[in-house]
Design a protein around this ligand. Sequence first.
Ligand code: CMP
Length: 140
Amino acid sequence: TKQQTLSILKPNAVRKSLIGMINLRLEQARLNIVAMKMLHLTREQAAGFYAEHEGKPFFENLLKFMTSGPVVVQVLEGEDAITRYREVMGATDPSKALAGTIRYDFADSVTENAAHGSDSPESAAREIAYFFTPNEIFPK
Ligand code: CMP
């Protein structure tokens, strides 16, 4: 079934000029980019986005990293887009990611893991609405 998922190209990916390379991989995987913008997240925006991780040991570092430079936020659309994007990204921990995945190739650590993708239809709906209004999304 056709789905939409929220993608973030994280500050390390943007710093290393990997926006084009990652977008090429997404489009080649038939994950169509149907919304996209560049943002420098505030601490409040990052904390709200990652609210489910509040209190975890990595939370403070995550906020520091996610606000360390601009990110690219995107809505990706395609067949089983949520699962498929997670396959294309690879495991959260890049040392466990399969060769050829975005995180295997471009992550610097578990925190600086280059990309984020929603993990369920419920989180995709919440995360897309967190960054985009309906008129900013252009379904195929
Ligand atoms: P992301 O998919 O954006 O969701 C939460 C983020 O927290 C994760 O990617 C990592 O960037 C970061 N993180 C840091 N340490 C951990 C950890 N031990 N487990 C899960 N996520 C972590």
